[in-house]
Ligand binder design. Sequence first.
Ligand code: ZN
Ligand code: ZN
Length: 122
Amino acid sequence: MSMMFPKQKTKKRRRHHPESIIQKKNGRCLLCQIMDGDTSIKRGLQKHHIYDGPNRQISEENGFYCYLCRRHHTDGRDAVHQNASNMRRLQKACQKIYERRHSRKEFMDLIGRSYLGDEEDV
Ligand SMILES: [Zn+2]
Ligand SMILES: [Zn+2]
């Protein structure tokens, strides 16, 4: 066996991958449940990071993600990546849940802004 990857001590801290704070991983789509009252088990659920882009890793490390069916994730007019109001809905819901145990400041320190309070509520 060759040593293509010599051992090295990395300073990289262990990544935390906590469970989602807004949804149990139980085979159901969050938006099917919220929007359609559909609690059936879905096949091929996809993981969606609530605060994507530059906050994707932070979302991962803090459990700010959920599971969505294809129709609610990327395909179709109700999909969060096609539908800004559905995207925002999850961003608000997740922040609300986070703030049950944390302050607004803690949230803003993580995500860089607040999705609550400064506009109409859903
Ligand atoms: Zn769905
Ligand atoms: Zn996504």
